[in-house]
Design a protein around this ligand. Structure first.
Ligand code: LLP
Length: 417
């Protein structure tokens, strides 16, 4: 359920006409619905209401400060993967006691920063990282709370680029090595083992892979207990999918039921790192048609947003819906919706049935709230788009469109030129 709906022929975000925002803000811009963000966060959180749990929203999906502040106000924590994400989470007011830190390549300076902020735990992904964290914590006279991220070798049945829980993926510690690695971690002076962590991939549309992975890590938790290593937190990562096209992912309630059934006697605090399921369908990317072209074989709609603004269609060949901001009753045409970037891979939709848009018309790319702005770039020296949040009948810019001067920020012409 989201709050992007038509009133007569006009696309509205909550109570605001999207055309009106475009007039004031210019295009392209990302547009997020406060009510949808809230609803999705609460739906996820409520799915686990009957058990102790913590929702650590995955900052990488959408890291705007306003979005983070909203979730922190709803009791959310954060799943971070860099010093930069930690900086954002802290700045937005997220309680460090609710921050978990994942990622295969944490640098010492990032570990120091996170230890200084006293985050809840590090999800450690390798033996070397464990040693490095032990050293850094020792230097600071601290103990680092950790989970080991275990790779359970379960097929999440999703796009290969976003599957992480298979043997061939770079993530985590193979489940077969987990026990010995936990014994080692437990022997380190500046490490406190507090949890087990597992994240198998993103955009999962079935519950079964989650349950299969959970069964494996649950056995590990019990083994560790037998050895006197007490596990307080079980972090099950993120990964729940959304409907972009015709996918029918489980509702958070059903996902919740399946997880709770497997874990209710385990006596752990469940930690989740959802990203896409909360923000994905709470945002769209609004673009204006610059030109249209009838090629020899194809029709092209050339908009002012491209792969630098929204990389997912080009990068993964993924489907995102195209919605007219003002509907017409003309017959649909089949066209490629493309951007202005100098690459044939620059498209937002391919061979899609769309309204016969004309220059000046606005369209919205659906499901752009997750991995939209956060994956955008300045390629072709394009300024990154503005971001706007709607609440009820009002809206505010939550990130200004970049200026040309932002494009050269920090650049210097050296003295020898
Ligand atoms: N936790 C960890 C350790 C992760 O690596 C990820 C996503 C998440 C949580 C959040 O997963 P979610 O709930 O959003 O599925 N750029 C790709 C998605 C990459 C996901 C990377 N990791 C895309 O646009 O589809």
């Amino acid at each position: 359920m989201h709050h992007f709906n038509y009133k007569e022929d006009d696309l509205y975000c909550e109570e605001v006409n999207v055309s009106k925002i475009a007039e004031e803000v210019g295009t392209p811009f990302f547009l997020y619905s406060h009510a949808t963000l809230t609803r999705h966060f609460e739906a996820f959180d409520k799915a686990f209401a009957e058990v102790p749990h913590l929702v650590c929203y995955s900052v990488k999906a959408n890291s705007n400060l306003a979005v983070l502040r909203l979730f922190s106000g709803l009791g959310g924590g954060a799943d971070i993967v860099s010093g930069g994400e930690l900086f954002r989470a802290i700045k937005a007011g997220i309680d460090p006691d609710k921050i978990v830190y994942s990622g295969v390549g944490k640098k010492e300076e990032e570990m120091e920063y996170a230890l200084k902020e006293n985050i809840l735990m590090f999800n450690v992904e390798s033996h070397q990282e464990l040693d490095a964290l032990n050293t850094v914590a020792g230097r600071m006279g601290k103990k680092a709370r950790i989970s080991l991220r275990v790779n359970p070798d379960v097929d999440p049945k999703t796009h290969p680029y976003i599957s992480t829980g298979l043997k061939q993926n770079k993530f985590g510690i193979p489940i077969s090595d987990a026990l010995s690695e936990y014994r080692y971690a437990n022997s380190l002076e500046n490490i406190e083992v507090v949890g087990v962590d597992c994240h198998i991939g993103s955009q999962l549309t079935q519950t079964q892979p989650f349950v299969d992975a959970l069964k494996k890590v649950k056995a590990l938790v019990l083994q560790l207990r037998d050895e006197g290593i007490n596990i307080k937190y079980l972090d099950l990562g993120g990964g729940l999918g959304i409907t972009y096209d015709e996918e029918e992912p489980p509702h958070p309630t059903d996902y919740g039921k399946a997880i709770i059934a497997e874990t209710k006697d385990l006596g752990v605090i469940l930690v989740f790192e959802p990203g896409r399921v909360i923000v994905g369908n709470a945002g769209v990317l609004v673009s204006k048609v610059t030109y249209t072209k009838e090629g020899e074989e194809k029709n092209f709609i050339i908009g002012d947003a491209g792969m630098n603004d929204l990389a997912r269609p080009s990068l993964y060949g993924s489907y995102q819906g195209i919605m007219a901001v003002k509907k017409s009753d003309e017959a649909l045409i089949v066209a490629d919706v493309v951007g202005p970037i100098c690459e044939s891979g620059d498209f937002l939709a391919k061979d899609r049935e769309v309204q016969p848009f004309k220059p000046g018309d606005l369209f919205a790319v659906a499901s752009s709230g997750a991995y939209g702005f956060t994956m955008s770039s300045n390629y072709n020296s394009r300024r990154r788009a503005a971001e706007v949040m709607v609440k009820g009948d009002s809206f505010e810019v939550i990130r200004e469109r970049e200026e040309y001067s932002d494009l050269v920020k920090g650049e210097k012409i050296p003295s020898f030129l």
